[in-house]
Design a binder for this molecule. Structure first.
Ligand code: DX5
Ligand code: ZN
Length: 214
């Protein structure tokens, strides 16, 4: 099964992000992962749709919004209009995950559902056969640079068993040592933030991770 690298821009300099995104895309990253935080679902606040629209207009890739926000449906249209082809919301942030997946499909984009380390796969059973991507958080959401939570991999394997064909994304603490472990468990989309942001050569670090996906 094909695997993808999805760099997160969270740990980069937000005011000068274009050169880094361009380097990662030119070196094989096919997805730009956008960590949207509202200060409610998670304490930090990052950026909104206008920031994404501006970035999207200059660099071609698949843009996915990872909405770490309450009432995520309020952000669906803005982020779709900003050019996101995939929108992922958290199961913990809504009582209406089934309807929200329908809403995203109605907007013509791929729908994803995310679960925190403390949330079991059972919480998303009813929507598992509807979504294009399942995001299993491998850290608690809110910050880059945290340690990979190994126990989350049991949930990756559990999802893979139910949906052999779905995209399974892991997010948090992914680097060249944890990526292969997550891949063996069944994940095939890998979000990487701080490992790339702190690498001495962004091009080389991207290539290394793309090779591990390949
Ligand atoms: C955390 C975000 C992640 C974050 C990952 O809430 O969802 O996408 O940027 O960062 P690293 O790769 O540093 O764990
Ligand atoms: Zn993320």
């Amino acid at each position: 099964m094909k695997a993808f690298l999805a760099p997160s821009i969270l740990s980069f300099d937000m005011t000068d992000i274009r050169p880094s995104v361009r380097t990662m895309v030119e070196n094989g990253a096919e997805i730009v992962h956008l960590d949207v935080m509202d200060g409610q679902f998670v304490p930090p606040i990052t950026f909104g749709d206008s920031y994404v629209k501006s970035l999207r207009s200059t660099i071609e890739a698949l843009y996915e919004a990872h909405l770490m926000v309450m009432t995520p449906e309020r952000q669906f249209e803005p982020f779709v209009n900003a050019g996101c082809q995939r929108v992922i919301f958290h199961a913990e942030a809504t009582m209406h995950s089934h309807r929200l997946v329908q809403t995203l499909h109605g907007l013509g984009v791929e729908a994803g559902i995310a679960i925190n380390p403390g949330t079991p796969v059972e919480a998303i059973y009813p929507v598992l056969d509807m979504v294009e991507i399942v995001l299993v958080m491998t850290v608690n959401p809110g910050w880059g640079g945290q340690k990979f939570i190994h126990s989350a991999l049991d949930k990756v394997a559990q999802v893979r068993k139910i949906r052999p064909d779905v995209l399974i994304e892991v997010d948090g603490g992914i680097d060249p040592s944890t990526l292969p472990i997550a891949r063996s468990a069944g994940a095939n989309v890998f979000v990487v933030g701080s490992h790339l942001a702190k690498s001495p050569s962004l091009a080389e670090a991207t290539k290394e991770l793309v090779d591990l996906c390949g």
